[in-house]
Design a protein around this ligand. Structure first.
Ligand code: MG
Length: 456
């Protein structure tokens, strides 16, 4: 009796085991979707949960409550093109040959031989889309469609620029503001009249900029819906709040922070739409969403620039305000809710982190970024993988941060700050700490020497 019962019990346990194994196989999730939501020239303070006194960002604030907020997250350049090159390749910008801002019809750009996050994920069978501002070269071999993206929809450079007169033009191109094919082909600078592109063709010239945030959002949602059963990578690089500022009619005049606030509040709406779509399609538990910006805010007297307070400096500078960015990440079920991380991390870390998460193999070339999944996933006691972080502007290595110490050397002017006591870089304490200056200067010299010898 007893042994029969035992036999029955073993069979039942076996059966349950087999069923569970089958269920697990069935439920094996596809590789995680990746969304990078990248804004242009948004200040460190210009998000509710980063301390904005006037701008309302309920969706980004909710995202931070769902996930993690990084207080010491850096872009890899205080200007657009290099910052984007770094994000997509995991390298400091001079290493990949994009140290400076690119202009329309530039003959240079991000070289095809570089591996972008999109190239890497395409190898893994991902659907890939770039929606928004590109700014890594507008020649056919530099455009997103040549850099691993299946789809491209957006403006090829900053919204204050002009047009490449040699652009490929779509058959049914829409012309606005009395422009014609002849005016597009004319070699004349028309500031802030920029083209809208689909794949490698201009589909509208000049684009009506008040529609940009909304049309990017619509396009992004459509891409997510089309790929709900397929792993995808969405690089949504909004054109705003780069000047000239253009909110849509729904947001114009609504924010207490004026036109700049209107634009940020519309970007927040856009993020809300993306997150809502993920929830509706039941994708939030299989999607890593990252929000950050490419560089610090403009320093403008008309209020059209943002705020990096309490940080010092602006766009174009290697003070904290030029490169430290608000960063929020959400992945429901994987990133613990309401986490804050104050370790040093950067946009260059996203490439190796995404490689780790998707099982993709890293390129054989030097990659400066590091896997920050231990930080992102809120592991207790996880430390920054960077021994030091380097601040490049153009080709010059102007500053280094190690722990809380930051050394900045511009035109032989040496500044040392302790960011823990002095987040605003207001007290230059170089003369009190000559040993520290020497140590950090050595790091700068070493890194710059290595990088200069290995520019690709
Ligand atoms: Mg920018």
């Amino acid at each position: 009796m007893n042994s029969i019962y035992k036999g029955y019990q073993i069979k039942t346990t076996l059966l349950i085991g087999i069923i569970l194994t089958i269920m697990r196989c069935d439920a094996t999730p596809k590789s995680p979707n990746i969304i990078i939501f990248f804004t242009d020239d948004q200040g460190y303070q210009d998000v509710g949960c980063f301390g904005s006194p006037l701008i309302k960002t309920p969706n980004l604030d909710q995202m931070a409550r769902n996930g993690i907020r990084f207080t010491d997250f850096y872009s890899a350049s205080p200007v657009c093109s290099p910052s984007r090159a770094a994000l997509l390749t995991g390298c400091y910008p001079p290493r990949v040959g994009v140290p400076e801002v690119l202009w329309p019809n530039s003959q240079t750009g991000l070289e095809q031989k570089e591996t972008t996050i999109a190239d890497m994920l395409k190898q893994q069978g991902y659907a890939t889309a770039c929606i928004g501002k590109w700014h890594l070269g507008d020649q056919p071999n530099h455009l997103p469609t040549a850099q691993g993206f299946d789809q491209y929809f957006g403006i090829p450079f900053s919204n204050d620029m002009s047009v490449n007169p040699n652009s490929k033009v779509a058959k049914h191109i829409i012309f606005n503001e009395e422009m014609t094919i002849d005016s597009l082909r004319e070699k004349k600078w028309r500031g802030s009249k920029v083209p809208l592109m689909r794949q490698d063709e201009v589909v509208e010239y000049p684009v009506n900029q008040t529609n940009l945030t909304e049309s990017y959002t619509t396009e992004a949602i459509q891409f997510i819906k089309e790929n709900k059963n397929h792993s995808f990578f969405l690089y949504l690089a909004h054109s705003m709040p780069h000047i000239p500022l253009h909110p849509s009619a729904n947001f114009k005049g609504k924010s207490a922070r004026g036109l700049y606030g209107d634009v940020i509040e519309e970007l927040d709406w856009s993020m809300g739409q993306i997150l809502k779509t993920l929830d509706e399609l039941d994708l939030a538990e299989n999607t890593l969403v990252i929000f950050t910006s490419d560089n610090g805010p403009w320093n403008l007297e008309n209020g059209h620039g943002g705020s990096a307070l309490p940080l010092r400096g602006y766009k174009f500078q290697t003070y904290e305000g030029g490169m430290r960015e608000p960063m929020i990440a959400q992945w429901k079920g994987k990133i613990p809710a309401s986490t804050v991380c104050s370790e040093i991390a950067s946009t260059i870390d996203l490439f190796p982190t995404i490689a780790e998460l998707t099982g993709a193999s890293m390129p054989k070339t030097i990659i400066d970024g590091k896997n920050i999944w231990p930080l992102l996933s809120g592991q207790k006691k996880a430390k920054s993988p960077h021994e030091a972080y380097y601040y490049y502007h153009k080709t010059s290595l102007q500053a280094v941060r190690k722990g809380n110490w930051k050394l900045r050397i511009v035109e032989e002017n040496i500044e040392l700050f302790n960011l823990k006591d002095d987040i605003s870089e207001s007290k230059n304490i170089a003369s009190q700490h000559p040993e520290k200056v020497k140590q950090l200067k050595q790091l700068i010299d070493q890194y710059d020497k290595e990088l200069s010898a290995n520019v690709r």
